[in-house]
Design a protein around this ligand. Sequence first.
Ligand code: KG4
Ligand code: ZN
Length: 334
Amino acid sequence: MLILGIETSCDETSASVVQNGQVILSNTISSQIDIHCKYGGVVPELASRHHLENINFVIAEVLKKARLQMTDMDALAVTRGPGLIGSLLVGIMAAKTLAALYRIPLIPIHHIEGHIYANFLEHNLKPPFLALVVSGGHTELIVQQGYARYKILGRTRDDAVGEAFDKVAKLLNLGYPGGPVIDKLAREGDPNYIKFPRPYLPGSYDFSFSGLKTAVVNFVSKQSTINYQLSTNIVASFQQAVIEVLVNKTIATAVKLKQKKIVLAGGVAANSALRTLFLAQIKTGGLKIYYPSPLLCTDNAAMIAGAAYYRIRNKKIKYNPKMLMFKAEPNLRL
Ligand code: KG4
Ligand code: ZN
């Protein structure tokens, strides 16, 4: 089964052709980082305008790379939400137009479901498992009970993890997006240099990172100058606080709920220190950890096409104009 996926929820214009939910035949990600970095974050109006300019080229390119045509597709998939409304609309309108024109079934997909299914593109994985979703907009602990059955245990009460990385990087003038820069810079720093708070929120599956972010702001404001070495120590100490909370809380939850598999998803799952700490800590509990390769952790359309496959694989679905009767949903819940 061939599915063409489209993802435009934030600042990457991406399309991908995926076979049977596992084989990526092509995956193009046109990033807008160069456009947004000078503003220190995503400017929604600019994002939607650039999606509009790129979407047709990106779709044409993935078909060409896969040596296929639109008429070869069994289904189309597109991110329905959550995300920036203007950005989502571009992908959805492109997908609806193609679906109507070629009479191909269209499957709307939840962005977070896509992030989780990025793991299925590279691993032989079956539910149930415990998923830790960590991205620029989300921090969630989810039990995935079946292929489309999710139980959300907890979420962030304030900043998402990726957002905290981005804000700390902005504070230190390290550029946007902050996660990859901090990941790299932290390798040169001492993670125990500053003992930042570890917000565990005992008794709850929720997270909270804004207090930790404020602790970094306060530390920085007390320094007269920040040289390169000190900045490596600050980001290493901040990152250590974040990953300790994520790893310890997730493992404790897996043990408590008797889940044997932990699945990481979202942009922050690309963080090398987070992966290393998980690998070190799970050894003791007889748990297994899964995460996508870094390119599939951040936003991409292969994960959207992958998720759509598991929604339709056992069904005989046919194009029906009613399939186009859905809207972009910036705050869509899983
Ligand atoms: O999943 P994603 O591409 O977009 C959302 O759905 O939000 O995640 C983007 C987030 C950004 O906040 C970025 O700073 C963070 O993921 N990120 C990282 C790393 N790579 C991306 N955070 C920490 N370490 C990384 N290596
Ligand atoms: Zn994302």
